[in-house]
Ligand binder design. Structure first.
Ligand code: SF4
Length: 196
């Protein structure tokens, strides 16, 4: 089986899926087979049991991150089951997401993350629905952006630490407006650096 978990610095990353509802113009998957020397294309999606076995001792890491080479929340049930396993063993859990889980599953999934996820990092990447559509080309079209913003608002109610991120390929003005959106939502803001 491929790299269903991989270590970067003091964090362990879980690669649950290669599926994603976006086709971002800056997606690393278009130019690379993985990160940190790990090939992250999966032959098939791992089971919960396979992921747990691959994790080993979760307390050996500063945090365990659902990230992957795709959108981890497409596999919501598996993510919740693994998070429960991790929290029961005292691990810190982070999810990196495109923020479309409520659109994907058709209901507000965020309350189910309460107590299971310590940090959620949501990629915002645009300051309007049109810009988001142009940059991220979501399966949900122009509806996607509002869905992501609503998701962030819900996260704030249930998750201790919420971080909104943008990639540095955006125009300066867009980044400024995204920072303002994050401030208005009362969440952290982070610029991720992208090198092509
Ligand atoms: S949300 Fe992430 S995995 Fe999906 S296309 Fe965008 S950069 Fe790639």
């Amino acid at each position: 089986m491929n790299n269903i978990v991989y270590r970067l610095d003091k964090s362990l990353y879980i690669n649950l899926t290669n599926r994603c509802t976006n086709k971002c113009c800056f997606c690393i998957r278009d130019i690379s087979d993985g990160v940190g020397g790990y090939n992250l294309w999966l032959d098939r999606e791992p089971t919960v049991k396979e992921v747990i076995e691959a994790i080993g001792d979760p307390t050996a890491y500063d945090q365990v991150v659902f990230c992957g080479y795709g959108e981890p929340m497409t596999r919501l049930e598996e993510l919740l089951e693994i998070s429960k396993y991790l929290k029961d063993r005292g691990a810190k859990v982070r999810v990196n997401t495109n923020g479309q889980a409520n659109l994907i599953h058709g209901y507000n999934v965020v309350p189910r993350l309460a107590g299971l996820v310590d940090v959620i990092s949501v990629s915002l990447n645009a300051c309007s629905a049109e810009e988001y559509h142009r940059i991220c080309d979501s399966d949900f079209g122009l509806e996607a952006y509002k869905g992501v913003v609503d998701f962030i608002k819900e996260c704030k109610k249930y998750i201790k630490r919420v971080v909104v991120s943008v990639v540095n390929v955006l125009p300066h003005e867009s980044i400024k407006r995204c920072r303002q959106i994050a401030d208005d939502l009362g969440v952290e803001f982070r610029i991720r650096y992208y090198y092509r």
